[in-house]
Ligand binder design. Structure first.
Ligand code: AMP
Ligand code: MG
Length: 528
């Protein structure tokens, strides 16, 4: 039997639901409910992340241990584990939605390894008191997407929750993928997610909305002490965990703002669109969380949203992500303001978001374009090319990897030809892009970097391999048909997204034409 060390602080230190039965309900004055994962027919380990296993102290042999695989599929707990679901609320698509909570995520406790603490959470492990009318399950399609993307994002250097394992359940789950009266059976799966904390903005919003102020303060104190253990001593402020001081809450909020800004700037850098930036999907640690109908930018387009539910409003499209992150932080600020004398300190935190976002974005853009540093008129230069890329349908990822190959003595637009999606776009815009390249080359001449240094800088900021929507979909189709080799190849390739890998050219191409309008490749549904 595996021996792992668990120390389940959340359920030990925060108030839990006195009701033990598992039925859907409103839960008051506490933060979690005890619940056991619902056993599945036949848990099978389809894939796991070597890096996450190592981070948790699990060897390759441990990962084949039937008791661990059972636990990762929801068929039993290992010694020290505890299972529970937490209560949170949230603003969905701009509106307060009341109590949400872990409707299909069940925690397995807090694992300690080498001085670090990791919450483990099964997604798709059965109903909880927060399941409302849904079944608590997840399908292979969405689980594979979450598993692969969490790891891909980590290797890209984007703050994210991680994924240890992808387990198929041997059971079917019914989903009406496009909510159009076509329910189908799909294979079920469970992902074990890992993060230092899964607390979300919504965990704080719900007690505020219910005027559970003592509970809110207790949660804030707990979160600062456990999840911001590295940060709060640097704040120079004293922590009273039952009732943290206004100054500490405000400083902590500013830290959340800064982390959120860093996360979103990275999303813009790599071309990631979250797709459902509701406040219940925002991590308090500034980690990318809840991989649902997310998507990757192929042709650069700030108005693109992968989420079919968002196709009309485009609230969560690529270009609006920074504004929405700020809007979400404003909702968190409103919740925190209920236990503070005034809003001044929180407003300062929001301004920190603005400052940090601009500082991160300009730094990352300077790297992407291979500039030594950001100058004031660089914004105009970049906006011009982004506008041309949108109109000409140019692939974001290929554009930047090819731009690095540009000869800045004799810039030629033909260097970028591969990044154009259509002949029409090439015919119509290549002359304007050539003009832009001439200006860009002049800008490079003012830079202190040698061509080799410029290329090195660009290579570190511009991924070659990203989890394009169609690549994930191909892996899903194959895995659903029983062939998981593609999943494993992709997982392997995405481990080194900035390094060209011989034989893996197929994963560094622009989206093929057949995938332009295909479900799963350009349109994603919330149904998962
Ligand atoms: P999401 O849109 O995935 O962020 O989910 C919003 C809320 O719905 C959260 O409270 C989820 O736990 C819950 N939820 C989503 N899918 C399911 C499901 N299949 N069963 C139970 N709850 C779910
Ligand atoms: Mg969610």
């Amino acid at each position: 039997m595996l021996t792992l060390t668990f120390d389940n602080r959340l359920i030990r230190e925060l108030p839990g639901d006195p009701i033990q039965q598992n039925f859907t309900r409103q839960v008051h004055d506490c933060l979690w409910s005890a619940v056991t994962p619902t056993a599945v027919k036949q848990p099978q380990l389809l894939a796991y992340s070597h890096e996450v296993a190592a981070m948790l102290g699990l060897s390759e042999t441990d990962m084949q241990d039937p008791s661990l695989i059972d636990a990762l599929g929801g068929n039993g707990l290992l010694p020290g584990m505890a299972s529970y679901a937490t209560r949170y609320g949230g603003h969905q698509f701009g509106h307060w939605a009341g109590q949400l909570g872990d409707g299909r995520a069940i925690y397995l406790g807090e694992l300690l390894h080498q001085g670090q603490r990791f919450e483990l959470q099964l997604k798709g492990a059965g109903e909880t008191p927060y399941s409302r009318s849904a079944d608590g399950r997840a399908v292979l399609r969405s689980s594979l997407r979450e598993f692969l993307c969490s790891e891909a994002m980590h290797h890209l250097g984007v703050p994210t929750t991680r994924a240890l394992s992808l387990v198929t359940t041997g059971e079917s789950v019914v989903r009406d993928m496009f909510y159009n009266g076509n329910p189908q059976f799909e294979p079920g799966a469970v992902v074990c997610r890992v993060a230092p904390s899964f607390l979300r903005f919504g965990h704080f919003e719900l007690p505020a909305s219910r005027e559970e102020f003592a509970l809110l303060k207790q949660l804030i104190g707990f979160c600062i002490e456990r999840d911001f253990a590295q940060w709060w001593p640097t704040s120079g402020l004293v922590l009273d965990t039952q009732s943290p001081s206004p100054a500490l809450i405000e400083a902590w909020f500013a830290e959340i703002c800064r982390r959120t800004a860093v996360m979103v700037a990275h999303w813009m850098r790599v071309g990631f669109v979250h797709g459902v930036m509701n406040t219940d999907n925002m991590s308090i640690l500034g980690l990318t969380i809840d991989y649902g109908p997310y998507g990757w930018i192929d042709n650069f387009d700030p108005g693109w949203t992968p989420n079919t539910t968002d196709a009309q409003g485009r609230r969560y499209c690529f270009g609006r992500q920074p504004d929405i992150a700020r809007w979400n932080l404003e909702r968190l600020a409103e919740a925190l303001a209920t236990v503070l004398p005034d809003n001044h300190g929180l407003d300062a935190g929001l301004r920190d978001f603005d400052r940090e976002y601009i500082s991160q974005l300009t730094r990352m853009l300077a790297e992407k374009f291979g500039l030594d540093r950001w100058q004031d008129d660089d914004g105009d230069l970049m906006n011009r090319i982004f506008e041309l890329m949108t109109r000409a349908e140019v692939d974001q990822t290929l554009f930047f990897t090819q731009l690095a190959a540009l000869d800045c003595q004799q810039p030629q637009v033909s260097t970028l030809k591969e990044a154009f999606y259509t002949e029409h776009g090439w015919q119509q815009f290549s002359a304007e892009i050539q003009q832009w390249l001439d200006v860009y080359a002049q800008r490079l001449h003012q830079s202190s970097l040698s061509p080799a240094q410029r290329q090195q800088r660009m290579a570190a900021a511009n991924p070659i391999y990203v989890l394009r929507n169609y690549l994930a979909q191909e892996a899903i189709d194959l895995a659903t048909a029983g062939d998981s080799r593609r999943l494993h190849t992709l997982l392997q390739v995405l481990r080194q997204p900035y390094t060209r890998q011989p034989g893996m050219e197929a994963f560094a191409q622009k989206r093929p034409d057949w995938a332009r309008q295909k479900a799963g490749c350009s349109m994603l549904s919330c149904s998962s």
